[in-house]
Design a binder for this molecule. Structure first.
Ligand code: TMP
Length: 217
């Protein structure tokens, strides 16, 4: 049985680390896992990612940005997510349609109805079965993200880290609202926990979900 699990959260929430830990744990238990991310996940979407995240593109128009996220998603669904689900894989994806509501909707104040329409077009009917929202205070997340960036030689993906605290607070609130609207899909976990403790929690949540869903006809 194929499942589509997404991870969401503000900058520095620890998504990437947690997805890798979960992937390894699930693979050990024999699950056929595919790990991917947005924007990106396939060559064409990775090229769009470079445009979207490069600090030199700080003057990108908000609508252009929205359309590029949608374009990257359409390609990613086509090249990676749909084929993997058709092959009965368990797809773990770092960000998906909820990120567009939170960042372009709440962060940039773009129209939620327009985002919904674009998400529908880009997702081509493929929506997450489970979404793990790693929540933590904006100050903590941004502090982590900025100190990680300071250690990197490559400065090509830091555009969002340069946004204001208010922007990131709107994004966090946006995510929390999405979780409230769809409590059956979202599981909220505490991103301030130690990495290992959070990994245990996320593995529990995922196994619990998989066992519950596997029982269904
Ligand atoms: P990452 O840092 O988690 O790889 O995500 C890249 C950035 O892209 C992050 O700052 C959030 C942003 N983003 C959006 O603004 N809208 C979207 O739809 C997606 C998928 C990501």
């Amino acid at each position: 049985m194929s499942f589509f699990i997404t991870f969401e959260g503000i900058e520095g929430s620890g998504k990437s680390t947690q997805i890798t830990l979960l992937r390894d744990a699930l693979k050990k238990s024999g699950y056929p896992v595919v790990e991917t991310r947005e924007p990106g996940g396939c060559p064409i979407a990775d090229q769009i990612r470079s445009i979207l995240l490069h600090p030199k593109n700080s003057n990108i128009n908000a609508t252009t940005e929205l359309l590029l996220y949608a374009a990257a998603r359409a390609q990613h669904v086509n090249d990676v997510i749909r084929p993997s689900l058709e092959q009965e894989r368990l797809v773990l994806c770092d960000r998906y349609t909820d990120a567009t509501y939170a960042y372009q909707g709440d962060g940039r104040n773009l129209d939620a109805k327009l985002i919904r329409q674009l998400n529908l077009v880009a997702a081509q009917g493929i929506f997450p079965d489970l979404t793990i929202l790693i929540d933590l205070p904006v100050e903590t997340g941004l502090g982590r993200a900025l100190s990680r960036e300071a250690t990197l030689q490559d400065d090509s993906e830091g555009r969002f880290e340069r946004e204001t605290i208010d922007f990131h607070k709107r994004v966090r609130d946006g995510y929390l609202n999405l979780a409230k609207q769809e409590p059956s899909r979202f599981v909220l976990v505490d991103g301030a926990l130690a990495i290992e403790d959070l990994a245990v929690k996320i593995l529990q949540v995922t196994l619990n979900f998989l066992e519950t869903r596997a029982d269904r006809p």
